[in-house]
Design a protein around this ligand. Structure first.
Ligand code: GDP
Ligand code: IMO
Ligand code: MG
Length: 429
């Protein structure tokens, strides 16, 4: 049995796509367990860049089964477009499997998401506008959600939608002045999607567990990150799902006893897109040094510039703890190559005390100021380094300090977006 959960330890965009693709070269199954097309995972193969939103980042290896688990919310139109886009680029997409229990993003979900955000003057979350929150609200409220198995049953879909649209159209028109959605228009569109998706739908819990029993390697690919987790993130500035490692079990129907390793993906600095607290955020010229240049810190899904800041050791320790991380993967070390000095946050000053544990109360967090230690940069191009020993001494020291603060060992260091710009310290499989 060999199963790995890949989880982001910050606010998303840590480089999960690159590492999932890297580990997927040995995996038979790659499984998404939560989120939807709010995710944007980049994989670079030679001079080709792939931006994946719903399709697992194992898709570039022919023959790999790529599963969308029950915990994912699926926009069928987006999924089919992504599949066709990959097909046109010569990628084999025959390995896609979709959980019959996954919930479906309907046309009113993105509308409600965007209208809700734009109607608020305070408390905006800065969502991706893809309908993720409203879809999960319907899932958990239970009355108004459509699952993939409902989509495949034309009669049931019509019956359910008829009922659901009464409430949705009332909310849309009476609160937001939106014209609402017509039953037949949605039915025509979604029944067509259903026929295209039908051959890919199955009970994916049965499939994954069978493969695990056979001793196959299974990779669970988290989207978003721990600080965007509905329970463990900077609530309410979070997404509506469970990206942290526990979500891999509930989101796929695989029990915790079947998970071997949890790989925590963390950038050598910090970024965040959207609203919400960010203790080590930078606002000066350092910001553009991280965002522009090799950092390329612009959102894959929405194109928004990412907020950037120094590495936060309090967050690293917190995320390692709530995920039970066994291996750390440090990404984008090369982005720091030209920094004369680098700051690392090793605690928060709150009033007269120093906090080492990430606070749950955002009012407390707002009053926290990072305590920094300053270390020398290495002022050397690391993109060509193939082993840990080849890294400049200052870079090695920086990584050792990250391990100390996070309290987990580093197994991989990434020094560029390409597949071969990857330093393996320890084989994770
Ligand atoms: P994900 O959502 O966690 O998969 O991450 P994104 O794809 O949204 O953002 C990561 C970005 O960093 C992408 O543009 C990657 O191509 C790029 N990237 C990944 N690893 C490295 C690295 O080690 N160095 C640099 N410079 N870029 C990287
Ligand atoms: P990947 O998988 C970074 C952020 C949004 C917003 C908040 C809620 O590429 O790491 P949502 O649309 O999910 O309701 O938005 O979460 N967000 C992400 N930020 N990377 C992501 O995914 C994200 N998915 C959602 O910017 O702040
Ligand atoms: Mg991303």
């Amino acid at each position: 049995m060999s199963t790995i959960v890949v989880v982001g330890l910050q606010w998303g965009d840590e480089g999960k796509g690159k590492i999932t693709d890297y580990l997927a070269s040995e995996a038979e199954l790659v499984v998404r367990y939560q989120g939807g097309n709010n995710a944007g995972h980049t994989v670079v193969v030679d001079d080709q860049e792939f931006k994946l939103h719903l399709i697992p980042s194992g898709i570039l290896y022919p023959g790999t089964l790529c599963v969308l688990g029950n915990g994912v919310v699926i926009n069928p139109g987006v999924l089919l477009k992504e599949l066709n886009g990959l097909k046109q680029r010569g990628i084999d997409v025959s390995g896609i499997r979709i959980s019959d229990r996954a919930h479906v993003i309907m046309p009113y979900h993105p509308s409600l998401d965007q209208l809700d955000e734009s109607s608020r003057t305070v408390g905006k979350i800065g969502t991706t506008g893809r309908g993720i929150g409203p879809a999960y609200v319907d899932k958990f409220a239970r009355y108004d959600s459509i699952r993939v198995l409902d989509l495949l049953n034309a009669e049931r879909l019509k019956e359910r939608l008829q009922e659901i649209l009464i409430t949705k159209n009332k909310i849309l028109s009476q609160i937001y002045g939106h014209p609402g959605f017509a039953l037949n228009v949605i039915l025509d569109e979604y029944l067509e999607y259903a026929e295209q998706l039908r051959p890919m739908v199955c009970d994916t819990s049965v499939l994954i567990n069978q493969e695990i029993k056979k001793g196959k390697k299974v990779l669970f690919e988290g989207a978003q990150g721990t600080l965007l987790d509905i329970d463990h993130g900077t609530y309410p500035f979070v997404s509506s799902s469970s990206p942290s490692a526990g979500g891999a079990c509930t989101g796929t129907g695989v029990g915790p006893t079947k998970i071997n390793k949890v790989v925590g993906v963390i950038k050598a600095y910090s970024t965040r897109v959207g609203e919400g607290p960010f203790p080590t955020e930078l606002a000066d010229e350092m910001l553009s040094q991280l965002r522009d240049g090799r950092g390329r810190e612009y959102g894959v899904t929405t194109g928004r510039p990412r907020r950037c800041g120094w590495f936060d050791g309090v967050i690293a320790e917190y995320s390692v703890r709530v995920n039970g991380v066994s291996d750390l993967v440090v990404m984008k070390l090369d982005v720091l190559d030209q920094m004369k000095t680098i700051k690392i946050c090793n605690g928060y000053r709150y009033g007269n005390s120093i906090i080492k544990e990430f606070p749950g109360d955002l009012d407390v967090l707002a009053k926290c100021t990072p305590v920094y230690e300053e270390v020398p940069g290495w002022m050397t191009d690391t993109t060509g380094c193939k082993t840990f020993a080849e890294l400049p001494a200052a870079a090695q020291n920086y990584l050792r300090r990250i391990e100390e603060l996070a309290q987990a060992p580093i197994s991989i260091v990434s020094v560029g977006w390409k597949r071969d710009e990857t330093i393996i310290i320890r084989n994770i499989w």
